[in-house]
Design a protein around this ligand. Structure first.
Ligand code: CO
Length: 468
């Protein structure tokens, strides 16, 4: 019996986030949108994740404007975003009113599917976002993503019970989100079979090619009944990105899983992205190192993005020779912190702590605020208990919390509205400000300067002086 596999295209979000540090511009994306709209993708992932921060910070673009342009261009295709649960698109938990308003505005500006995850797989951190998405009158699909990782906590029973929790939460579908490419083909068979048996929700699989097994994993998952896979157009596929769309489409041709997508139309889209790939290879943003197989990701269970972050961190501190020591410290810190999955923001917290532990020569001599907050339960419940001794060393006499962290946060919007008032040009500005206050204000000033014809690149921002 035919069971066509559906494809979510990631070239406009995860693919360039993984390969060129999220630097693809709206201008580079828009010309190909009409062609992509004809393909018949299940969805195009094009917003959220790191794109929001990167657009503001590095490209001086309004991410909301980008979304509206996508919506205007994609007339038939569903637009998907990645949402970090209570952390929204930022790096710490936000109050419920901010989460709800963000979801509402994402849908209002054109998002159809919100993929929501929590870096600890703590379902309490997803409740508000899922409920907010469901409130949008059936216009929006709430997909919950389970962060896939390995460790003592992550038994098949763990995944099954999480999937049931997701179903009870009222989500519309489940994504297995394998940030590091750790899901091996045979394990995919086991996992997808178990989830299919225990939930009625459609299952999507998202992985990265980092460790080299991704397309084999997809094939096994498809044979086990996975409904949707995430792929990227070939010029932005493989390496730390996803398997290539065209390759999966061809591989499934003539099988019961045939996607039915037109390979010639896909090839035209690939032709469009190829020179963009060349441009980023030439300017160094696309590093050939990230295009090959990185077997260390399997060895150390560290996502590709985290590996390159660690390299950069150590480079800045002139401590590149400590790379392997840090890599070996990562799993120890992860254990101390209750064995969380490594994904934003837990990956940054574990990574930074590992760097500190190695560089200072004493474990937990320096403890960043975020590490302390993890041990205080402020990010939620970790899959395993903390290392009690280390926890004590980091939090001293403070009492950890065990409730849903956002229950302790006061509503944030009134304060943010007040602070953003001098710069506000659209409702969404308050959300941009809530997530990244400093970067947002810099962007708002840049936007004003553009409107008044002032060249902000020549501006002396430190002295707040702008040449007119
Ligand atoms: Co990803």
């Amino acid at each position: 019996m035919a069971k066509p596999v559906k494809i979510t295209e990631t070239v406009l979000r995860d693919a360039h986030q993984s390969l060129i540090a999220t630097r693809m511009t709206t201008e580079e994306m828009l010309p190909i949108v009409p062609k992509m709209d004809e393909i018949g993708y299940r969805a195009v992932e094009c917003w959220g994740g790191a794109t929001f921060d990167a657009a503001l910070r590095f490209l001086h673009e309004d991410p909301w404007e980008r979304l509206r342009k996508f919506r205007a261009g994609f007339k038939k295709t569903k637009l998907q975003m990645l949402f970090r649960g209570q952390n929204i698109l930022g790096y710490k938990p936000y109050p419920d009113d901010v989460v709800e308003y963000f979801v509402q505005k994402s849908v209002a500006n054109g998002i159809d599917i919100i993929r929501i995850f929590d870096c600890l797989n703590d379902m309490r951190n997803l409740e508000t976002a899922v409920k907010a998405a469901k409130k949008e009158n059936g216009k929006c699909e709430a997909q919950v993503a389970l962060c896939y990782t390995l460790g003592d906590a992550y038994t098949m029973d763990y995944w099954i019970s999480k999937a049931k929790e997701i179903e009870n939460l009222g989500a519309d579908s489940i994504c297995i989100k394998d940030m590091a490419g750790l899901l091996l083909p045979a394990k995919a068979t086991e996992l997808v079979t178990a989830l299919k048996k225990n939930t009625k929700l459609p299952i999507e699989l998202h992985t990265h090619y980092t460790s080299g097994v991704a397309s084999m994993t997809y094939l096994k998952a498809i044979e086990a009944g996975v409904d949707i896979i995430d792929t990227a157009m070939s010029p932005f596929a493989l390496g730390t990105s996803q398997p290539a769309t065209e390759v999966m489409v061809e591989a499934l041709k003539g099988t019961p899983y045939d996607t039915g997508l037109d390979i010639n139309a896909l090839c035209e889209i690939a032709d469009y992205f190829r020179p963009i790939r060349e441009k980023y290879l030439k300017n160094g943003l696309m590093n050939p190192k990230n295009l090959g197989v990185n077997i260390k990701t399997l060895q150390y269970q560290v996502p590709g993005g985290m590996l390159s972050n660690l390299t950069n961190q150590l480079k800045k501190m002139n401590a590149e020779d400590k790379f392997y020591q840090v890599l070996e410290e990562v799993p120890r810190v992860r254990k101390d912190m209750g064995e969380p999955p490594l994904v934003t923001p837990s990956s940054q917290i574990v990574g930074t702590q590992a760097v500190m532990n190695v560089l200072t020569g004493e474990r937990y001599k320096v403890v960043p605020a975020e590490s302390k907050d993890i041990f205080l339960g402020k990010y939620g419940a970790t899959p395993r208990p903390f290392n009690k001794e280390i926890q004590k060393k980091c939090i001293g006499n403070e009492t950890p919390i065990t409730c849903r962290p956002a229950d302790l946060l006061e509503p944030g919007l009134p304060k943010f509205e007040k602070e953003v008032a001098p710069y506000k040009k659209q409702d969404e500005d308050v959300l941009t400000y809530a997530l990244f206050p400093k970067v947002a204000v810099d962007f708002f000033k840049y936007r004003d300067a553009q409107e008044t014809g002032v060249d902000v690149k020549k501006a002396d921002t430190d002295n707040k002086a702008y040449p007119v």
